[in-house]
Design a protein around this ligand. Structure first.
Ligand code: PEP
Ligand code: MN
Length: 350
């Protein structure tokens, strides 16, 4: 449910309403727009039955949110959310170009890849230190050593870093090294993990589960938002279908679909979606054309030697060529590829 305040509502009115909501055993989230303040009421709405909400001071309207997700919904917040990762803004016209290897393997390899993707125009560096591998015998990542390497190289190239966290017990550790948490497809519905990153004030890249609907994805985002962390970026990375010539099937319609229902930014990962370097550039270009707020691509300087996902990695030269196209497309659509643009975006956070 959302409570829309009158333009002339005072701070005292707002404080009074917030106190009552708390007394009734519910929580609230305030969204201040240009003309109106909106209070999102979070929790079991049964508790509001029989409460004369419209009689509260300063209240203009009380509206039910028809969607099962509330804080993530467009009804709750009309303007696009912009998530800031270091100096890079994601959403509201600013694009995230996230690139790097699937896994952090050692200092030298990541250094080489980071230098190349930075030169090509990437603005966020990625690399997994905890890898969710299908087989327990595959390389599982370097753990804290990997996090430290990623952090150091991010600093060296002045790029914020994103890395996957797989377990609530890793959140504190990953928080020390990363600028953005990644929740992988396999953990999109690890609700304890979502709650844990929801309690930390740090951006989260939430990837769509391989069998998750758009509604499931938005409900998972809601878990993070409802804990108080409003810096969520969604990621379409393909879903499982009967098609077996690609790793997954990229659901590009998820981009405008999400944008119609939610104010959260959404980026596209054509690497895990297709699993094929020959298809990644076309899908990356299509993602920007479809309105995505960024593109997430795996790049490796020696894919044949990569310890994970080498078969889908772009070479640095292929990535540089793709970035040339993406910059042209961004310009065509009036979008900006960061780092520190502050002039073209206005709405910040939830
Ligand atoms: C990854 O980004 O390396 C990864 C494992 O992605 P996903 O969770 O989308 O499979
Ligand atoms: Mn990967």
């Amino acid at each position: 449910m959302i409570i829309v305040l009158k333009p002339e509502a005072t701070q005292a009115d707002l404080d009074y309403i917030l106190r009552r909501i708390e007394e009734w055993g519910l929580r609230s989230h305030i969204s201040r727009g240009e003309h109106r303040t909106i209070i999102g009421v979070i929790g079991d709405e049964q508790k509001l039955q029989g409460r004369p909400l419209t009689a509260l001071p300063g209240v203009e309207q009380v509206l039910p949110i028809l969607k099962p997700f509330k804080l993530a919904s467009r009804e709750f917040k009309k303007t696009d959310t912009v998530v800031q990762v270091g100096k890079v803004r994601i959403g509201g016209g600013s694009l995230a170009m996230i690139a790097g290897p699937c896994a952090v393997e050692n200092y030298e390899v990541l250094d080489t890849i980071a230098a190349a993707v930075k030169a090509a125009g990437a603005n966020i560096l990625r690399g997994g230190a905890f890898k969710p591998r299908t087989s327990p015998y595959s390389f599982q990542g370097l753990g804290e050593t990997g996090l430290r390497i990623l952090h150091d190289i991010g600093k060296k190239y002045d790029m914020p870093v994103v890395t996957e966290v797989m377990d609530p017990r890793q959140v504190e550790l990953v928080n020390r090294y990363a600028d953005m948490f990644q929740i992988g497809a396999r953990n999109m519905q690890n609700f304890d993990l979502l709650r844990e990153v929801g309690r930390i004030n740090k951006p989260v890249l939430l990837k769509r589960g391989m069998s998750a609907t758009v509604k499931d994805l938005l409900l998972s985002a809601e878990y993070i938002l409802s804990e108080g962390n409003h810096q969520v970026v969604l990621c379409e990375r393909g879903v499982r279908t009967f098609e077996d010539s690609t790793r997954n099937t990229l659901d590009l319609s998820a981009v405008p679909n999400v944008k119609g229902q939610s104010h959260l930014p959404i980026i596209v990962d054509p690497s895990h979606a297709t699993g094929r370097p020959d298809l990644i550039p076309a899908m990356a270009r299509a993602a920007v054309a479809a309105g995505a707020d960024g593109v997430h691509v795996e790049v490796h300087c020696a894919p044949e030697k990569a310890l994970s996902d080498g078969q889908q990695a772009l070479l640095p030269s292929q990535y540089a060529e793709l970035m040339r196209d993406l910059r042209r497309l961004a310009e065509l659509f009036g979008k900006y590829i960061g780092p520190d643009d502050t002039s073209k975006t206005s709405s910040q956070g939830g």
